[in-house]
Write a protein that binds this ligand. Sequence first.
Ligand SMILES: [Zn+2]
Length: 364
Amino acid sequence: MQKNTICLPETIIDTHCHGRDLKQAYKTTIRQTLSEALEALISISVFMPNTLPAITNLMILQHQLRLLGNARKKLCLKNQQYGHFGLTDRNLVECEAALKFREVLGLKDYPLSADGTTVTTGTIGVFDPRTRLAGLHLVRQHRKIYARHCDNPGIIAREGHTINAEVADVEDMISLASQVPGAKVVACHISCRESAELILKAQKKGLPITIELCPHYLWFDSEGTNWNPDLDPVFYKCFNSLRGGEHREFLVSLLPTDNPWIIIGSDNAPHPTQEKIQGKLGGLPSNQEMVPVICTLAKKYKISNHRVVELLSWNASRFLGIRISKKFNRYRLIDKIDDLAYNNGIVTNPWNGSRLLFPAAIEA
Ligand SMILES: [Zn+2]
């Protein structure tokens, strides 16, 4: 890799983002998200179903697919864009029908407690382990993906969004996945060393469980590393929570390995500034920083250019079954302070102030 340049794949995949739209179009829209992604060199985004209303029935799914199609046309995107369908204890028949859509990559599982409290917003989620097993069988049968937001709502109710809560859910996920061998699972936005180690162990036993790493867990931590001192700490609140520096460092140490079952998703989750402060909502805008953070860490830790390509594209392409172009482009890396805006400035960007290496086109 030349000193101030990098080769990036023509097709970069963001495995996890929140396009909102529907009743939350004021936060952001699929089109806005895709246009910000495009500016930041991401050409394929995978949208999550915890929208309002949630994508748990075919009518809402078809509406979302129309939004995706329209946004794609307006932005002249040549690549297909994707989403997950929300699994619930009552919609297995619809899940099976949804999995037949080309744009539906798989099922998303948000854990639900016995009293109906979900780990995300709204009411979407799964309580019954039999639903999870049925979902795993369905994705295996249809050669699709089972994505799980790993957090245990019972433990959250008792002690908050602790490492314990995440790890207990990761253990449950591994135990269920081992009962349906071959079912491909994405462990979404893993935030701590313990979860990652459990998944690495399960991978060694042959379970196809991929660790999804997000830029904010690789850059920020609960100790305030890289935080903008001018911003309210709520702008660094996300689910799963940011952990201590040792966890950030451990997750970063996974980047240069040759593990093909590590993928990068932004978990881009914007909220307008006032709503974020007043509602103390979790979620960071992050898709415009996904590629710059990986480029910055690659330079800092001497991660090979080949590995950067795997992390930003090839690993996700193989695991998620998305066919992509294998072409590259070379970029100059510009060292600058982040001043990017989300949703035309309606959303405060907690990355503002971070010094990152931004890829810029090399003029012919
Ligand atoms: Zn998310």
